[in-house]
Design a protein around this ligand. Structure first.
Ligand code: HEM
Length: 508
């Protein structure tokens, strides 16, 4: 053979090579008519997609509603393409259980998004952080040191003080029209601020920063949908907007931490209310004392505070707002709740933490509100970290996953008259706030479950109980209770589209 090659001219050798390669290609094509054998995947059903945008044109400004409508046709597990990103949507309790419990480990990471990455210190907060040691350490700090039951209990005085301030505002507004949505947002914001930094924050800076933060989480970003077109986000200015916001929020958080350090140094931090250390203080102490087996960096402290502000403020406000809206639309249910809280209060001016366990109908009202109006209807997106077999389907590694908690909460196979507001259904069932069941998932479940459940539940129940205990709330003249507009905004936290305007009158 070597002799044969040696005797060939260069031209002949080239001809020989081309013929040899062509022959090999023909042979391969005969043996493997469809190319080298690829494993045939059994993917979930998919609606027809368009080039480049995939199924984006089928998603409205209320994605949970559009995805529910599509799932009615394609089933409880379906595969969509948001741009070029494969996206699994689970819309049944069984599918949710598989994803959030049975195969939680394969689905508990978060997808990488350009803009959320920029505004969360490169995903160094709990919510956006990919699954791994860093996330585990941060979450355990939140669960054990910031949001534990005893910590939540320790902030009882903060809640009482802020609720009583709101009661006073309503007292002064009796007989006139009040923007209850704005009042509830400010109350929720004051509770979170006092817990985080030991005082309320006057001025609109924080509210504006939080609004921009929530807007940026859902801003249209080409790079998150078609990664190879990511450069366009710079051209459209969205990256610049996110960087500017990240810088401003960082300066704000730095200011809060410095303020805390200076006050502590000068011994002026202990005001009458904060016998309990605020969360910034707790985090700085953990950092200084090295008590957790993990070196806490300054950015991690700021990212954690960001999580508490962003995770807590709007969610609590919107839950109370939706509960009151439903109660106004259902006057008999409102009466029943008012009767219960009045009996428990025994003439005292306020409902307090200790009363909550005696008010079972209140809990039922909050659970029913969260069933119909989960503030995060699609939870927070997850991503599969390996190839997974899910209910007979193949789910490739890197698939983005949405669990439609809103659709599951309204599934007629799980709930009788699912669109009716009927809190009684929660009086005799075993559903607890912590995600042990998969037909009611407002806080998610599994490793990524919301760590703020206890914090949120106590604040929500207490605010709601006190408002309905002290006031009757009427709609302005000409509006019928049952016609109250229940349209929603689009956003990462779904709120009322129109502010809840009411006329309070004192009950005693
Ligand atoms: C009614 C109030 C609230 C609702 C409905 C709610 C709901 C949720 C949901 C659905 C998730 C995603 C769960 C998942 O991916 O499976 C989540 C995560 C989270 N929530 Fe909440 N939340 C509320 C209040 C709070 C509060 C008060 C805080 C903090 C003070 C908080 C902090 C967080 C954090 C840090 C995460 C990220 C957890 C992780 O990725 O591991 N939330 N929440």
């Amino acid at each position: 053979m070597a002799d044969f090659l040696h005797k060939m001219s260069l031209q002949n050798f080239f001809l020989f090579l081309v013929s040899f390669i062509t022959l090999m290609i023909i042979i391969i094509q005969i043996i493997f008519p469809h190319g080298p054998k690829k494993k045939k995947l059994n993917l979930p059903p998919s609606p027809r997609k368009l080039p480049i945008i995939g199924n984006l044109h089928q998603i409205s400004s209320h994605p949970h509603r559009s995805l529910h409508a599509i799932s009615q046709k394609h089933g409880p597990i379906m595969l969509l393409h948001l741009g070029s990103v494969p996206t699994l949507v689970a819309s049944s309790s069984e599918a949710a259980q598989e994803i959030l419990k049975t195969q939680d480990l394969s689905f508990c990471s978060r997808p990488k998004f350009t803009i959320p990455g920029i505004i969360t210190y490169g995903c160094r907060d709990i919510t956006m952080s990919p699954y791994g040691e860093y996330w585990r350490q941060l979450k355990s700090i939140a669960v054990l040191h910031l949001l534990s039951n005893s910590r939540v209990k320790s902030f009882e005085k903060v809640r009482e003080k802020e609720i009583s301030r709101t009661i006073d505002i309503l007292e002064k507004s009796c007989g006139s029209l009040v923007d209850l949505s704005a009042l509830l947002l400010s109350l929720s914001n004051n509770i979170i601020c006092t817990v985080v930094m030991g005082r309320t924050y006057d001025g609109s800076k924080l509210v504006n920063l939080l609004n921009e933060f929530l807007d940026l989480l859902i801003v249209f970003s080409v790079g998150s949908l078609v990664p190879w077109l990511g450069w366009m986000d710079r051209v459209t200015g969205v990256v610049g907007r996110a960087e500017k916001h990240a810088k401003e929020f960082d300066e704000f958080l730095e200011g809060l931490i410095e303020d805390h350090v200076n006050k502590k140094r000068s011994g002026g931090h202990q005001s009458s209310d904060d016998q309990e250390e605020c969360l910034i203080g707790i985090l700085l102490d953990l950092q200084k004392d090295n008590t957790v087996n993990f070196k806490i960096q300054r950015d991690s402290i700021k990212a954690l505070i960001l999580d508490i502000f962003a995770g807590g403020t709007d969610t609590i406000a919107t839950t109370v707002e939706m509960a009151i809206s439903e109660l106004i639309r259902h006057p008999l249910t409102m009466k029943k709740l008012q009767q219960e809280v009045t009996e428990v209060a025994k003439g005292r001016p306020m409902i307090i933490d200790a009363d909550l366990e005696k008010i079972s109908f209140l809990t039922a009202v909050v659970k029913e509100t969260l069933r119909l109006h989960p503030p995060a209807p699609l939870l927070t997106p997850r991503v599969s970290t390996q190839d997974v077999k899910l209910m007979g389907y193949d789910i490739p590694k890197g698939t983005q996953v949405f669990v439609n908690a809103w659709a599951i909460g309204r599934d007629p196979a799980l709930w009788e008259d699912p669109n009716e507001f009927r809190p009684e259904r929660f009086l005799n069932n075993s559903i607890t706030y912590k995600g042990q069941q998969f037909n009611w998932l407002p806080f998610g479940a599994g490793r990524r479950e919301c760590p703020g459940i206890q914090f949120a539940v106590v604040a929500t129940e207490l605010v709601l109980a006190n408002i309905v205990y002290r006031y009757d709330l009427a709609l302005p003249d000409g509006f019928k209770d049952e016609d109250l507009d229940m349209n929603e905004t689009c956003g990462i936290v779904v709120r009322r589209a129109f502010p809840l305007m009411v006329i309070p009158s004192a009950r005693f």
